[in-house]
Design a protein around this ligand. Structure first.
Ligand code: GLC
Ligand code: CA
Length: 541
């Protein structure tokens, strides 16, 4: 078979958050052997690429996004041999694996930082960012100032995340060379690319306040591509929360940057009050999501490539956010259908394929996420009533998606025989894989079929995208079309019953749906209806 250099356009990517996927040795913490034991499950679902969140050595201040050794495996998760075994087994099953590349910052326990802060003449001093005064004033993404005073050397160091995650100084060429060496070391081990954590931040210029998509970004990406990625058959997805879709399109269509697609966050601000940050809640309106996603599809028509996602380890569960827990399965099926037949590569966060939902713990002590805990204390100090603070945490806290995977209805949901590091969602008696597999109309079987359809028809990669009933507040109905095939995707994003004239599609054949549907003048779409219709041009087949 001819080598298809853009295989990643047609791939299904599945994200694993190692702490919470499967515990193999009953210490309450998910691990690499646990993942290995579930690879057949992933293969069977149709996964092509696994994105593994960080398993590197780390004090776990930010659950592994604070790395103290880039080449060692965190003993919580296993050994380097376990990881090699994982890579081998993934490949044996014909899948690929990408790993998290966290190079905007390290842990404060990284030997570079320990040395850098021990004295001003350290040869690693300039691997980080130091100032005599905490200026300019910049707020850390995890609350509080982005400058922390170090009393050994009487200077402040810069950190956009927790104070235990000092930012690396990308303007130092020596630092950049060390990073490139490390990247090549991993690629030579046979991994298939990277999910690049907050990668837009490496180009920042602090003095001018340009943090996201800073003035040096393209230069460094280009250099990284030259040194590491060029000529390798891999895929890279860059996390770029602050960039516009237009910019994402621009960056991913430049082959010299080694960036195959990005996670851009255009759709993630729709339930927050603009400019007030993620915790300031606003009601979610489906039409807003439809407008934004439609616009994304139009922009990527001109080249570049998008990553399709609604949830991940930083975002709440999608059913709880954009669907309806009372119509859990139907609304979950609707979200998959609505999103994953659009232009871009589908990313499924673990547990979404069985319709897991968010949590509402009573006490802040039950939460483990540093962002959530910092926010709680800052907000309480500001005088925001606790009830209100908890409402924000219920809606947006990152632990919503970090609870252990619900495999079955046994104690701890089959994740472990030991009390897990973060409590299991109490709904595991009902919501679990074993249960869902028994239901032919459940999440698993429906969404598995959806991805089979997606892979079979090239129209999802190269076809046009056209929204029908653009103004309609309830539905998201669109047509994908190339010379061979037309696909009509019908979803009702709301709890109301809607009637639409779909008679012009009478000849289309239904290939998937959560209700039987006849396309005519008065097509009735039940709450959270989802279906897929196809018309193949006669001269093909
Ligand atoms: C990314 C990660 C998030 C982490 C942050 C800092 O946004 O997805 O989990 O806290 O970067 O590394
Ligand atoms: Ca374990």
């Amino acid at each position: 078979m001819e080598k298809n250099l853009t295989w990643w356009k047609n791939a299904l990517v599945y994200q694993i958050y190692p702490l919470s996927f499967k515990d193999s040795n009953d210490d309450g913490i998910g691990d690499i052997q646990g993942i290995i034991s579930k690879l057949e499950y992933l293969k069977d679902y149709g996964v092509d690429v696994i994105w593994l969140s960080p398993v590197y050595q780390s004090p776990m201040d930010d659950n592994g996004y604070d790395i103290s050794n880039y080449k060692e495996v965190n003993p919580l998760f296993g050994t380097s041999e376990d990881l090699e075994l994982l890579i081998q087994n993934v490949h044996r099953l014909g899948m690929k694996i990408i790993m998290d590349l966290v190079v905007n910052h390290t842990s404060d326990m990284h030997p570079w930082f320990l040395d850098a802060k021990s004295n001003k003449n350290s040869k690693y001093r300039d691997y980080y960012i130091w100032k005599d005064k905490p200026e300019p004033m910049i707020h850390s993404i995890f609350s509080g100032p982005a400058w922390t005073y170090d009393n050994t050397t009487n200077q402040y160091y810069f950190h956009l995340f927790s104070k235990r995650q000092p930012d690396l100084n990308w303007q130092n060429p020596k630092l950049r060379e060390e990073i490139y060496e490390m990247i090549n070391w991993w690629l030579d081990k046979g991994i298939d690319g990277f999910r690049m954590d907050v990668i837009e931040l490496i180009g920042k210029d602090i003095d001018s306040g340009k943090l996201g998509d800073g003035p040096h970004l393209e230069k460094y990406l280009h250099e990284m591509n030259e040194r590491c990625f060029k000529g390798r058959d891999i895929m890279n997805v860059g996390e770029m929360g602050g960039i516009s879709v237009k910019r994402a399109q621009e960056l991913t269509s430049n082959p010299n940057l080694g960036l195959h697609m990005t996670f851009q966050f255009s759709h993630l601000g729709i339930d927050e009050i603009e400019g007030k940050g993620k915790w300031a809640l606003k009601d979610y309106e489906p039409i807003k999501l439809k407008e934004i996603l439609s616009n994304n599809n139009n922009i990527f028509k001109n080249g570049g490539w998008n990553a399709l996602f609604l949830s991940n380890h930083d975002q709440p569960r999608q059913i709880s956010r954009f669907g309806d827990e009372k119509n859990r399965i139907r609304s979950g099926q609707m979200l998959f259908t609505m999103l994953y037949l659009q232009r871009g590569t589908p990313y499924v966060y673990m547990g979404e394929e069985i319709g897991m939902t968010g949590i509402k713990f009573n006490h802040i002590e039950q939460y483990k996420d540093i962002e959530t805990i910092n926010y709680y204390h800052e907000a309480i100090k500001k005088g925001i009533p606790e009830k209100e603070v908890m409402q924000s945490i219920y809606k947006k806290g990152r632990d919503n998606s970090r609870t252990p995977f619900q495999w079955n209805d046994k104690k701890y949901a089959g994740f472990s025989n030991h009390k897990p590091w973060l409590e299991v969602n109490p709904n595991y008696h009902e919501v679990n894989l074993e249960n869902d597999l028994k239901n032919p109309n459940g999440m698993y079987h429906y969404t598995k079929k959806l991805f089979q359809i997606r892979k079979k028809l090239s129209v999802f990669v190269d076809g046009d995208f056209e929204v029908l009933f653009k103004e309609c507040k309830n539905t998201f109905i669109y047509l994908r079309k190339n010379t061979k095939t037309q696909v009509l995707v019908i979803t009702n994003m709301t709890n109301s019953t809607i009637t639409k004239d779909l008679s012009r599609f009478k000849k289309f054949k239904m290939i998937l749906g959560n209700d039987q549907l006849k396309l005519n003048e008065q097509t009735i779409l039940n709450p959270y209806h989802a279906s897929v219709f196809v018309k193949e041009e006669e001269n093909d087949n």
